[in-house]
Design a protein around this ligand. Structure first.
Ligand code: G3I
Length: 386
């Protein structure tokens, strides 16, 4: 009996139980061993999974992982194992969670993620070493201009060193450009790292990351660089200038992470901006990863879920279609799996329609695949092999 959109989870559970193998391993082996031809579009596991369609084009595909769900939700674990070839911690590898006290590191959560991924043959992205957000409480008051360099180096050497050789790519510096701070180079001068160390903190972070884990692709990750509009154009130019300066200075950098937090209510298009990013990345010899894809739909006027889902899927299709035209993009990750656990469903992000949940991800809250799932999979099918 074939697996349909509606009953696929029930089916998967039954098949796996009958075979007596762990869910993720059973489905994954199936996905990798079958040829990728004439797939019934209703089949969404095995050869119909995102992972199988992506890998047929030499692409990795993945999602940000919520560590609490990874521990508690068996269906979540199964979907991860069935659909993805690369995972990233939504929060568990950030500075705050990994270094809760100046001299105390905490690795249980990040270890759990890496162990799960490895047991299921998946790669892991490291997110992130240096960011202006989600720093531990002790940071303010403890970090000074005098000790900031040592703290940065110790943190990267300790966290990067722990997972040395096991990380596909590290977001070494996250979101270092912020045009609103008014600097000609666009650097975020309000970041505590900038304030302690000046612009050199960026180079220092990459050189240290290279020392800690020489085989990880060192990535610069940022958002607000996707759309064709003046604001994002400015930010894109500043990001590309930063990457050029890093390359010219011999800073070890391998990839650009385009976060891709998109908005289905936006009237802006894609194409010019994505071409600019991808051309520049190619000239600089950088890979590109779509690192945090999701699509807000709080701004959609209609309450009709089918219509909202089609709008969200349309954005998935248009954006990934444009980004995957060339061969520069090597991985596509969404920022979460199911709508139920998206960061966009925090009250802060539900502004126009505070009483309804956003539907930004490929899976519904019960892990049913949505039109966005099929849009993403179609974009993989249309991509050239890389
Ligand atoms: O873990 C605590 C919990 O103990 C506490 O009870 C609760 C009360 O608010 O907070 C919990 O921490 C929250 C954490 O997510 C885990 O859920 C933090 O308040 C909240 O600020 C944090 O938000 C995360 C945010 O980054 C800041 O780290 C989001 O989940 C995460 O999706 C978001 O991810 C970022 C990327 O790292 C970078 N790009 C943008 C993206 C979206 O903002």
């Amino acid at each position: 009996m074939k697996i349909t959109r509606r009953n696929w989870l029930r089916q998967a559970a039954g098949t796996v139980a009958a075979a007596g193998v762990p869910a993720m391993l059973g489905r994954r082996a199936n996905a990798l061993s079958k040829p990728h031809h004439h797939v019934d579009p209703n089949v969404i596991t095995g050869e119909g999974s995102l992972m199988a369609h992506a890998s047929a084009r030499g692409l990795l595909t993945g999602a940000a992982v919520n560590i609490q769900l990874l521990r508690s939700d068996e269906t979540y674990r199964r979907v991860l194992g069935e659909q993805y070839s690369i995972l990233v911690g939504e929060n568990c590898m950030k500075f705050g969670p990994t270094q809760p006290k100046p001299d105390v590191y905490y690795f249980n959560d990040a270890d759990g993620l890496v162990t799960f991924a490895e047991a299921n043959g998946m790669k892991v992205r490291g997110h992130n070493f240096i960011w202006h957000e989600y720093l531990p409480e002790w940071f303010t008051g403890t970090v000074t201009k005098e000790n900031a360099k040592k703290i940065l180096v110790d943190h990267i050497m300790t966290v990067g060193g722990r997972y040395k050789g096991r990380i596909h790519s590290w977001d070494v510096v996250n979101e270092a450009i912020w045009i609103e701070d008014g600097r000609p180079d666009g650097l975020r001068s309000s970041s505590p790292w900038f304030q302690m160390l000046g612009p050199e903190y960026i180079d220092l972070a990459y050189r240290t990351a290279h020392e800690a884990d020489p085989n990880a692709f060192l990535t610069y990750n940022d958002y607000g660089i996707e759309y064709d509009n003046a604001e994002e154009g400015k930010k894109r130019a500043a990001v590309l200038d930063l990457l050029k300066r890093m390359k010219a200075a011999g800073t070890p950098i391998d990839a650009l992470g385009v976060q891709s937090h998109l908005n289905s209510a936006s009237t802006n298009s894609f194409g010019r901006g994505t071409t600019e990013l991808l051309d520049a990345a190619r000239q600089l010899g950088l890979q590109v990863f779509i690192t945090e894809l999701d699509v807000k739909d709080d701004g959609q006027e209609t309450d009709d879920i089918a219509k909202r889902d089609e709008e969200v899927a349309h954005v998935y299709r248009a954006f990934t279609g444009s980004m995957l035209e060339g061969k520069q993009v090597k991985a596509v990750l969404t920022w979460g799996v199911s709508d139920a656990h998206s960061w966009l469903n925090g009250p802060k992000w539900r502004v126009k329609h505070p009483d309804r949940l956003q539907r930004p991800l490929p899976f519904d809250s019960d892990y049913t695949p949505k039109p966005a799932f099929f849009a993403l999979r179609d974009s993989f099918d249309k991509a050239k092999r890389r």
